[in-house]
Design a protein around this ligand. Structure first.
Ligand SMILES: [Zn+2]
Length: 234
């Protein structure tokens, strides 16, 4: 369950309250990012991870479940390395089959059961529970089954299914971070470029829309769903 500090900005009309990243003292913030396919983490929370890496010491465990074929695995690995450049990190590539993850239930559950041995994360990014892609939903369920006392933020991935919802946590991004995210996506995922939704315009539009909703000063933001939050009242 998320335990985030609460810092209300009282007196500023229509500006949401600010939740702070957990205070971890002198050690690096431990982040676990989970995506089914190479490009999911980048699309959903790539800008947020870039921002965290710019701002503080972060140890990232980056998990892509479906890197079964060689080309997709190479793309996923190269993109993760580019996003995480200069940080301490570990990249874990699974070999689960694209679109069949719910039907590999026991194997994928075993895979998740091993993740706590790799990292005890302060913050987890995973798929949205109402995502219409079956692999994404499977990853969400297993994230919540595996990590029961952790801060979990669910990210969104635009797609033809039309499953975008109303997120409740926003991460404003600097303009240059939003641009870096899009540039890296377009550079590293050549196999995806033929998909009509995989375009700089789509990524830019979603970040612009979320920025409008949270009044992000530089006009870019990523958005998340937090299903459970605990207020720190001290
Ligand atoms: Zn995906």
């Amino acid at each position: 369950m998320a335990r985030l500090g609460f810092r209300p900005r009282l007196g500023i009309a229509n500006v949401a309250s600010t939740f702070r990243i957990p205070d971890v003292g002198d050690r690096p913030l431990r982040v676990l990012a989970i995506g089914c396919h190479g490009d999911d983490i980048e699309i959903g929370c790539g800008g947020t991870i870039l921002s965290l890496l710019d701002a503080r010491r972060v140890d990232v465990t980056w998990v892509v479940l479906g890197a079964a074929d060689r080309e997709r695995a190479q793309e996923a690995g190269a993109s993760a390395a580019a996003f995480l450049s200069g940080s301490t990190n570990r990249v874990v590539l699974g070999a689960f089959r694209d679109a069949y993850m719910p039907y590999e239930g026991s194997a994928i559950k075993d895979f998740f059961a091993g993740l706590p041995d790799l990292v005890d994360p302060d913050l987890i990014f995973t798929h949205y529970r109402h995502d219409l892609h079956q692999d994404h939903r499977q990853a969400n369920e297993l994230t919540w089954q595996t990590f029961r006392a952790h801060s979990i933020l669910e990210y969104e991935v635009p797609k033809w299914d039309g499953d975008l919802g109303s997120p409740n946590v926003y991460a404003p991004l600097a303009r240059d971070v939003a641009k870096r995210k899009i540039d890296l996506l377009m550079e590293h995922f050549r196999t995806q470029r033929e998909k009509d939704w995989f375009s700089p315009e789509v990524f830019e539009a979603l970040m612009r829309l979320r920025a409008m909703e949270c009044r992000a000063p530089e006009g870019a933001a990523e958005a998340f769903y937090a299903h459970k939050l605990t207020l720190d009242l001290t």
